[in-house]
Ligand binder design. Structure first.
Ligand code: Z5A
Length: 225
């Protein structure tokens, strides 16, 4: 079986996810991998429409926290079925800018919805899909905000408009996720220059893919006689 590899990139706004996502996709493609770069919410027709609703701040009554959660998960349910699962079954390295950990960090850490409810709903929405590897770019919320405000031409969207306290809670929640999932989540210092983060990301990803494929091959060969 040609099983692909699923990577998510996580972190606060401005942590450098999009930058590293693009660098890594380019590197993997140049090294002969079939790569599928995606983002959440979005990356399908349905998901991009949901993304616009989530970011819209013109509602007289903004979506309740529960509605916001269900919208993120609706976008994910479509993305998993339409793009991620078919790509993994065809041997792609799927590279997703945000996935389940964003939901735990923002909707549980930030909004206060129970992690038990989120996990149960994520299982329903995604069939329980969890990345093989997560790169968490760690950056202080104040620095993330400073970065995204440099040269900003558009207004803050509905989620970006949350208080600094909200983003501090999200940041703490990411820290707890890393502690609970030491095998899957690799934390990198997001305050380093992009090139040096890029090098660490590449080393981590290549080593993990190599190990993963070795394990798959070994399990296909069966036990040594
Ligand atoms: N969300 C949620 O609540 N629940 C969920 O389940 C999911 C998402 C899936 C999506 O926003 C929003 O949805 C997000 C979480 C929520 N909330 N907010 N607010 P998005 O997709 O529009 O935006 P984002 O994911 O937060 O991306 P971003 O703001 O663009 O940040 P980034 O991708 O991490 O950073 P970047 O674009 O690579 O870099 C930002 C700037 O910093 C840029 O000028 C870079 O040139 C610069 N940069 C990048 N790296 C560096 C380094 N290393 N040093 C210095 N400067 C750098």
């Amino acid at each position: 079986m040609n099983r692909g590899f699923f990577i998510s990139i996580e972190g606060l706004d401005g942590a450098g996810k999009s930058t590293q996502h693009a660098l890594l996709a380019k590197h993997l493609a140049e090294n002969g991998e079939k790569v599928l770069p995606l983002r959440e919410p979005g990356a399908t027709d349905v998901g991009e429409k949901i993304r616009a609703i989530l970011k819209d701040k013109t509602f007289q009554h903004p979506p309740a926290a529960e509605v916001e959660l269900l919208l993120f998960l609706a976008s994910r349910a479509q993305l998993v079925r339409e793009r991620i699962m078919p790509a993994l079954q065809s041997g792609y390295v799927v590279l997703c800018d945000r996935f389940i950990d964003s939901t735990i960090a923002y909707q549980c850490g930030g909004r206060g919805i129970s992690s038990k409810s989120i996990s149960a709903l994520h299982r329903f929405a995604s069939g329980g899909l969890v990345p093989d590897l997560t790169i968490l770019l760690d950056l202080a919320p104040e620095e993330g905000f400073r970065r995204i405000n440099i040269g900003r031409k558009t207004a803050l969207d509905r989620i970006e408009e949350q208080s600094m306290d909200f983003f501090r809670r999200v940041h703490k929640s990411y820290g707890r996720i890393a502690i609970k999932n030491p095998q899957r989540v690799v934390v990198l210092d997001g305050s380093l220059p992009p090139d040096s983060i890029g090098e660490k990301v590449r080393t981590t990803v290549c080593e993990r893919i190599y190990r993963f494929r070795n394990d798959v091959n070994r399990s296909m060969r069966g036990p040594a006689i």
